[in-house]
Design a protein around this ligand. Sequence first.
Ligand SMILES: Nc1ncnc2c1ncn2[C@@H]1O[C@H](COP(=O)(O)OP(=O)(O)O)[C@@H](O)[C@H]1O
Ligand SMILES: [Mg+2]
Length: 376
Amino acid sequence: MAEQDYSESPDIRFVGVSKWFGDVVAVDKIDISVERGAFFSFLGPSGCGKTTSLRLIAGFEQPTEGDVFIGGTSVVGVPSHKRPVNMVFQDYALFPHMNVADNIAYGLRQRKPKPPKQEIGNKVDETLEMVRLSGFGKRRVWELSGGQQQRVALARALINHPTVLLLDEPLAALDRKLRREMQMELQTLQRDVGITFILVTHDQEEALSMSDRICIMREGQIIQAGSPRELYDEPINRYVADFVGKTNFFNGEVVEANNSSLSVKSESGPVLVGAPSKGAPLLKKGSSACVAVRPEMISISAAVDPDHQADINITGQVKNRIFLGEHSEYLIATEGFGDVLVLSPKTSESNRRLFAPGDQVSIGWMSEAVLVLEDT
Ligand SMILES: Nc1ncnc2c1ncn2[C@@H]1O[C@H](COP(=O)(O)OP(=O)(O)O)[C@@H](O)[C@H]1O
Ligand SMILES: [Mg+2]
């Protein structure tokens, strides 16, 4: 059989893909389409089917139903080593008895016919440079830090020039600071090599900071796919809003509904007004809903401030303040609305005065800042 040519339109497409393990459905009828050269992420809690989705692309699993395409060609039944993809595993899976160069060269040496020694050497050096490990070829794997091991794993996956690189929680083992650095490096690397990266993570910050497109999963299904901005600004329901960034939620019942605004009688009494989210089914009068207010959209002022302008004003008491450099994060105990999180930038008017625990304050927001979402 001739080698399949994946060079044309090598995107990934799932059409109605499900994967069952016995009577557990790990992936439940999902459709996705990943553009060539994109940085795409699967985001969701543990057990929602992210790794299984990745393994279906890699060819380590075959779908129970549906079709998987790479570059417009169905790969169902095609074994892993015949697919133009490579995977970086969470635990790196480096060979401890080999040095860095040999780990990286491994994929090339498995090729038939085996490329000449000189060519392998050059490719290893090139790839080491790509992951900023020039000169580390002779080192032993155990002599490297976690971040360096991560880079070796990346280099090993990249040396064969896959059209798609699959990354399963690649930064989970690194400490916070290193993780931030590697996030930026991965992004730069992806732009430089121009191949499709598909990342699996349960860490929203990681997905938001690196991806062009994110697919939010729950229990094997895709709840919403979009750019980080779209998911943040236009979550289709509470689950997505809760997963992407921090949000205050207030439950209630829709008392008035039209295409541009929804009024919700909150559990604590006051009617809150907000916009329906684009792409979500319109909520009807009488249905339960939740009002989502991002903490950065809430202003804070002294309890008696005649200039404080907002559509909704609530009084409360500062419970806690966390200084975050550019921002202060306040937790405000209110009557009726529970504890409300407020993010106040250093430069804002109101923050000329900092509030301390115990202070009486007034918080508020404009209705434009509010989304009314389905409570699921
Ligand atoms: N090989 C397997 N055999 C049986 N069940 C599995 C197997 N792989 C995954 N699962 C189950 O499928 C579901 C999704 O798993 P997984 O894709 O690993 O989730 P995630 O990567 O999002 O944590 C889980 O309920 C998991 O227990
Ligand atoms: Mg997983």
